[in-house]
Ligand binder design. Structure first.
Ligand SMILES: [Zn+2]
Length: 344
């Protein structure tokens, strides 16, 4: 199985984000890629670099899942932000639209508030480059499957599943899983995205909510008490042509591995009912019991079973890395997943 990673992803490396109202060191940094890469190596896998990060084709593909004004914002905001006297080094807005905004602003502070859903997405001068490298990595993995590979893996960071059509959120700038699904859709008519990250994939849900050609399913910690708070209920089932093609499986905070794996099995059954021709897995290792974002209680060895469950999917599959933050266990968690996944 080919595994993809573009070194320019390290260009997005915000040192801090705002946590509980306080600046805190960001757990979403380049060290994650190093730890995940070590985890792959221990499973006998090595990384291949995708090439182009600024091609017109990549931009065109991104416009299938994001608005062009949002992509334009990501590309240009740093320079426009720094034209404001006294602006902070990182782009970090102090105002957000709540409750039915009527007007898209011209001012960089207003635009930053519009597009950056929360305070976990501060942007540096090179963040756009990092996000494009992450996107190119997802595209390379999807293209590998379109060329006939049964499976591929994309080591994407920044992650993507909280990024919606018009916004960033939760460390995510560009929705890599949605992009991979969209690339697969160029050749097949039905794609499913199964999101096993600790957090609800609200961006992915938002992008495909009214579409019947891309099924989305997510297991996650219950957002009544957990990020992303405002979406992810089991009653969110899609709309219009997408009615019935969105499945959410919230779990009580602190649920153990057995409960989590049972929920994944249920999601896989529903996914198969949709009969997709290709699958994207949003792989979050932050369900581990010691992850700093602390929500579920999955043990390292239980990632073997997760890998085995997903390896039973008969469709060509692209695995996209989402969450999973630095601990002594992060590398081992990916190794365990891959051991199970490659065994199938
Ligand atoms: Zn997560």
């Amino acid at each position: 199985m080919k595994c993809f990673y573009h070194p320019d992803q390290a260009r997005h490396a915000p040192p801090t984000f705002l946590l509980r109202g306080q600046p805190a060191p960001s757990p979403e940094g380049p060290v994650r890629a190093e730890l995940l890469s070590e985890g792959l190596a221990a499973a006998g896998l090595s990384l291949t670099a995708p090439m182009e990060t600024d091609s017109p084709t990549l931009r065109k593909r991104l416009e299938q899942v994001h608005t062009s004004r949002y992509l334009q914002f990501l590309e240009t905001i740093y320079e426009r932000w720094h034209a404001i006297p006294g602006a902070s080094e990182l782009v970090a807005p102090n105002v957000h639209p709540c409750g039915g905004a009527q007007h898209y602003p011209r001012h960089p502070v207003g635009q930053a508030g519009w597009h950056l859903h929360d305070m976990a997405c501060p942007l540096s001068e090179t963040s756009f480059r990092g996000a494009m490298a992450s996107a190119a990595t997802a595209v390379a993995a999807a293209e590998d499957v379109l060329r006939g590979a049964a499976r591929s893996y994309a080591l994407c960071r920044p992650p993507g599943h909280h990024a919606g059509p018009d916004n960033a959120g939760g460390f995510c700038l560009v929705n890599n899983a949605a992009l991979a699904a969209s690339v697969l859709r160029e050749k097949v008519s039905k794609v499913a995205i199964i999101d096993v990250d600790l957090h609800h994939g609200n961006g992915t849900q938002d992008i495909f909510y009214a579409r019947g050609d891309v099924w989305t399913g997510s297991v996650h910690a219950d957002p009544s008490d957990f990020y992303p708070f405002f979406w992810s209920g089991a009653d969110e089932t899609g709309s219009g042509e997408g009615e019935g093609a969105n499945v959410n499986f919230p779990l009580p905070l602190g649920s153990d591995g057995e409960t989590y794996l049972s929920a994944v099995a249920t999601l896989i059954k529903q996914l198969n009912h949709f009969q997709p021709e290709a699958v994207v897995v949003s792989l979050g290792l932050d369900v581990h019991k010691d992850d700093p974002l602390a929500g579920l209680s999955v043990e390292t060895e239980e990632f073997v079973a997760l890998g085995e469950q997903l390896s039973a999917l008969s469709q060509p599959t692209v695995v996209i890395q989402e969450g999973g933050y630095p601990t002594d266990h992060l590398s081992a968690n990916l190794t365990a997943f891959m051991r199970g996944y490659l065994r199938g």
